[in-house]
Every structure is written in C-alpha cells, then in structure tokens.
Ligand binder design. Sequence first.
Ligand code: NAP
Length: 312
Amino acid sequence: MIDSSDFRTQKMPLSHGTGHMPVLGFGTLIPDAAGTISATRDALEAGFRHFDCAERYRNEREVGQALQAGRAAGGIAREAIFVTSKLWNTNHRPERVEPAFEASLSRLGLNYLDLYLSHTPFAFQPGDDQDPRDQNGNLLYDRGVTLLDTWRAMESLVDRGKCRAIGLSDIGLNELLPICESARIKPAVVQVESHPYLPETELLEFCKKNDIVFLAFAPLGHGLSPGPLEDPVVSAIAARVGKTPAQVLLAWAVQRGTALLTTPRTAARARENFNISALPEEALDEINRIQTRQRFNEVVKTGSPGFIPQGR
Ligand SMILES: NC(=O)c1ccc[n+]([C@@H]2O[C@H](COP(=O)([O-])OP(=O)(O)OC[C@H]3O[C@@H](n4cnc5c(N)ncnc54)[C@H](OP(=O)(O)O)[C@@H]3O)[C@@H](O)[C@H]2O)c1
C-alpha cells in the first residue's frame, strides 16, 4: 500500500518540457479578496505546492501576494511551487493571447507560469467585458476564431519560454481530439469536473494513453449538498477506514490516476485535504460501482461559469 507521504509529494510528468505537476492542487476560485489571501496562505502552509488560478477568478493579485508572503515566510523557492493560470474566453483571438498571459503573470507577480490553460473551448466576443451579452441576456460568442487558432498562439508562449506547459480546460473528447491531431505542442493537461458521480472514464483512458495529465476539479462535487461528500458509500468507507469523506474522495481521485484541485477555505480543512493516504482496493471498487451520475458545473456546455463571484 502507498503511504500518505507518497500522496503529498507525488508528481505527474508533463508531456512537453521538463515540468512535473504535484497531484494535489489547491484551487483559487474564492469569492472574496481576504478569503483568497488567507486560504492560499493556509494551503501553502499545509503543504500544497500546486496552485490553480485564472484571470476570470479576478483574484490573481491576491493569490500572488499570498504566495509571495508565504514563500518568504517558509523559505520556499519559486521552483518548488507549480502555478497555473487560464486564458479567458474573451481573449481567444491570437493577438489577445500574449497580452492576456502577460497580464496574469504581472498580477501574480511571477516571471513564468508552469502551466497555461485555455479556460474553456468557447470564444466570447473579444473585449474587456468578461461576460459579453446582448440585450436579451444571451452570451455573445466570437465565431471568427477557432480553438486551434488560439492553441497556436499558446504554443508560441511555450516557444518563448514564458510558460512551461499548455493545456485545455472544460473540454470533451470531441474537441480535444482535433487539437491533439493538429497541435505542434500536444496538450499536457486537461482540466475537467470529475468525481464519483462524473468519472469521465473515457476521457481519463484517452489521457492516460496519450500522456496527458487528467486534472480533476470539483473532486468533492463543489461541496454541494446532496453530493458525493454525503454519498452513503463514501461515508461508510470513511467510517470504516478512519478518514473523512473528503479524504476518501480525494484519495480515490489520486488512486485512479488523476491529479486534483480542491478548495479548502480554512487551515484545518487545508490540512485535512492535504493529508490523504491510500484506500484499500475494495474501497476503490465500491466507489467505482456508485451509479449516481451528476454534473455540478454547466460551464462545459456554454463557456459561462457556474461558480464565479459576481460584482468584483
Ligand atoms: N476549469 C473550470 O472551469 C473550473 C471550474 C470550477 C473550479 N475549478 C478549479 O477547481 C478548484 C476546485 O474547486 P471546487 O469547488 O471544484 O473544489 P471542491 O474541493 O470540490 O469543493 C470546494 C467546496 O468543498 C468544501 N470543502 C472543502 N474541503 C472540505 C472538507 N474537507 N470537508 C467538507 N467540505 C469541504 C468547501 O467548503 P467551504 O467553502 O465551506 O470551505 C467548498 O465549498 C477551483 O478553486 C478552481 O481552481 C475550475
């Protein structure tokens, strides 16, 4: 059996470059500035070394400040952390990619990113409004740019040494396949919602065969109720093995070969979510047999995020 230290330090190699992604990632989709700073500091202190950010979360400055202060306090080198950001839908036009990337880098106070993702495959009307809509409230899409056009501009960022790897988020196999076929630099990572109610097995198998890291967001089902945290199978396993339901869900994600992003907002939960260890095989089998199917985040269908703080 793998002991807990393996999980805390486990990394997955990225298919291009020399990067390795820590499997346990901290997500920074947190609605308020003060909460972003304290949760990021707590996550770093608990041991998280992988931080998932996005221009759309509108808190990269706060994440950057927290990382800088936390690294200084803990003597943690830049190379010891792995930082991701994401290109928002309004910046898919190739000429907007590098400025958007540079703006994220500057807000985060960094001089390179470990990973840059296209946040969704949907291009929105370019401009400063991150949520462009017509008078009827319908999203304004940009039909003048393809995902491959955007991808080519992201490849140039790798060529210029600005980020070490690139990937895609909120994408299904139908959109991923053509990118994999045409890309000069293949996607290193795919970030999608995944938990026992949405195992995305076909996509996971494809990723494993093609050396793409499958990075699961919402491994706790966004903490929603009812959801996997309250699933009777998960609760029974947790009671049996002396762990919390969150620890069971996170261990399951790692043991099936995915990296994960979780968003604990207190120091106690950061320690709980970081200090996970392997489950027995029969527990994994029980979770794999759960029949409930549910997607909690509709972003993959429209490009419009379900969980973005409004009004910031
Ligand atoms: N690519 C995309 O479109 C996309 C979409 C969504 C998220 N993400 C990324 O994925 C990250 C993960 O976010 P998520 O919401 O999916 O994370 P999650 O860990 O599945 O859910 C977070 C929720 O679970 C609760 N929680 C955390 N630890 C817990 C524990 N030990 N026990 C019980 N409840 C616990 C939190 O509650 P409290 O708030 O009460 O602490 C929070 O409400 C985000 O921050 C973001 O970086 C990406």
